[in-house]
Design a protein around this ligand. Structure first.
Ligand SMILES: Cc1cc2nc3c(=O)[nH]c(=O)nc-3n(C[C@H](O)[C@H](O)[C@H](O)COP(=O)(O)OP(=O)(O)OC[C@H]3O[C@@H](n4cnc5c(N)ncnc54)[C@H](O)[C@@H]3O)c2cc1C
Length: 249
């Protein structure tokens, strides 16, 4: 039998997390599948579980301290509907599973699942996004590049929950003027995990690519951002400069 908690407030959720070590459950599209009990008994999640999807305090998108903050409990479809989110993130979220699943799944769940194929991670890496973590003892903010440490592993502590994912407004404001390409290779059009994903963005100045950002998914133990490959500005070739690619919003 699994102890299941359904806190009404964020404060209560943090107490449940620290007092009982309850595992957060948002949309459940990873957690329930991972612990599915094929004998049709309830999912065999080891230890207590705490629902966080109902926490209104985590369902928001707002600008705060020069960052666009996306609350941890906001379903992906609601994130996608918000015109403020960068088009690189929109292109990636639009590739996750299918619309019905995106009514439940969250960005926080996608990053905490820490799959090398997680579709939201390449754009979050190129944006220098950050993750805000909360516990009863306080808060801390971790760079996206340091948050995931291996397949299924992150720096989240046992008494913490993800509060939000934060994207620098500097990037949000300049993204539209740059060149963007997001591509996912899967075995079919929907409900398919990435075999490879590529997120590329660059600014141009007088025909020269500058501030080039590139991340690859499903090629290593974690999604990788290729900083060295982007270090030397290169003359822009016209064939590389397509603003109207199918995955650009
Ligand atoms: C059919 C199917 C297709 C899929 N297709 C894709 C795909 O194309 N691309 C892709 O990237 N993924 C895909 N997934 C995986 C999954 O849907 C996503 O990773 C989704 O974003 C997970 O979000 P969730 O809210 O459902 O997470 P949950 O299942 O609720 O949780 C996932 C993990 O995050 C933790 N967690 C959740 N919220 C918090 C929080 N606030 N604080 C701390 N920890 C938290 C949970 O404890 C758990 O470890 C697919 C899954 C299925 C079943």
């Amino acid at each position: 039998m699994v102890n299941f908690y359904c806190p009404e407030t964020l404060e209560e959720a943090l107490s449940v997390r620290s007092d009982h070590g309850a595992v957060p459950l948002a949309g459940g599209t990873d957690l329930m599948v991972r612990f599915e009990n094929w004998s049709s008994l309830p999912a065999g999640i080891p230890g207590p579980v705490m629902s966080v999807g109902q926490l209104e305090e985590l369902k928001y998108i707002r600008e705060e301290d020069g960052q666009l903050c996306i609350g941890a409990a906001l379903p992906l479809n609601q994130v996608l509907e918000d015109q403020r989110i960068p088009r690189s993130l929109a292109a990636a979220l639009d590739e996750i599973a299918a619309p019905s699943l995106r009514n439940l799944a969250t960005l926080a769940g996608n990053i905490q699942n820490a799959s090398p194929a997680a579709d939201s991670v390449p754009p979050l890496l190129i944006m220098d996004a950050r993750v805000r973590l909360l516990s009863s003892a306080g808060s801390r903010t971790v760079d996206m590049g340091d948050f995931i440490t291996g397949p299924g592993k992150t720096v989240l502590k046992e008494d913490e929950i993800i509060e939000s994912v934060r994207i620098p407004m500097d990037f949000v404001n300049k993204e539209a003027a740059g060149i963007l390409s997001y591509r996912k290779v899967g075995t079919r059009k929907a409900n398919a995990l990435s075999k490879l994903s590529v997120c590329f963005w660059a600014e141009t100045e007088k025909g020269v690519l500058k501030d080039i950002r590139l991340a690859l998914g499903a090629v290593a133990a974690t999604v990788v951002r290729l900083k060295e490959a982007c270090a030397r500005p290169a003359p822009l070739r016209r064939s590389a400069c397509r603003r109207d690619g199918p995955s650009c919003r």
